[in-house]
Ligand binder design. Structure first.
Ligand code: SF4
Length: 192
């Protein structure tokens, strides 16, 4: 991974500079609500594993948020198993891989109170616009992104968001096809 291993202490700032919209919204929801529903825990949990957090760091991360609203014992009994499971340390011991954009876009449509999914695919148009404004995307670029979304080009919309927020041109249109790839590319740009 460009920029070296990511540590737990970097995750808040990295979420602002280098996470794609899908993961930034999950990170913000977790920090705000100290909880994520099942779909969010899966999508975000595998992503942070993919950016390089160890099992111990991931457990520490989830525990530190969830125990703001529940007893440590409840976290350990109800949630820690799933964290270990996603690292292949429980059950069938499958070492699950982080979800690709296609998987996030095509499956498990988020419902009420969910924060997983792809904002370009699953957000209501006005909520997406507000989010892009809040994250400092200039008006003309928001228009371009909205056009791409309208034509169901969700990954292209994400790539355009990347280009605008990083002030670079991506080498090819399908450069963003995985949230973890997005982080890698972003760190590469920030390193230059
Ligand atoms: Fe995340 Fe991929 Fe959607 Fe971008 S296109 S927000 S990386 S799921």
């Amino acid at each position: 991974m460009p920029g070296g291993k990511i540590t737990l202490g970097q995750i808040d700032s990295l979420s602002k500079t280098s996470f794609p919209l899908c993961m930034r919204q999950l990170h913000e929801a977790l920090r705000r609500d100290h909880h994520l529903k099942h779909g969010g825990r899966l999508q975000y949990g595998l992503f942070i594993k993919g950016i390089g957090l160890t099992l111990e760091e991931a457990l520490m991360f989830w525990r530190s948020e969830f125990t703001k609203i529940m007893e440590v014992d409840k976290f350990d009994k109800g949630y820690a198993y799933n964290v270990r499971h996603s690292f292949g340390k429980e059950g069938k011991r499958t070492d699950y891989t982080p979800y690709s954009c296609m998987k996030i876009i095509m499956s498990n449509h988020p419902g009420q109170g969910d924060y997983h999914g792809c904002p370009f695919r699953h957000y209501d148009a006005d909520i997406l616009r507000q989010k892009l404004v809040a994250y400092g995307v200039p008006h003309p670029a928001i228009k371009e992104i909205q056009e791409l979304v309208k034509d169901s080009h969700y990954q292209l919309a994400c790539a355009r968001y990347f280009e605008v927020t990083h002030k670079v041109s991506l080498p090819h249109a399908d450069a963003i096809n995985h949230p973890n790839k997005y982080v890698e590319e972003s760190r590469r740009v920030h390193e230059q």
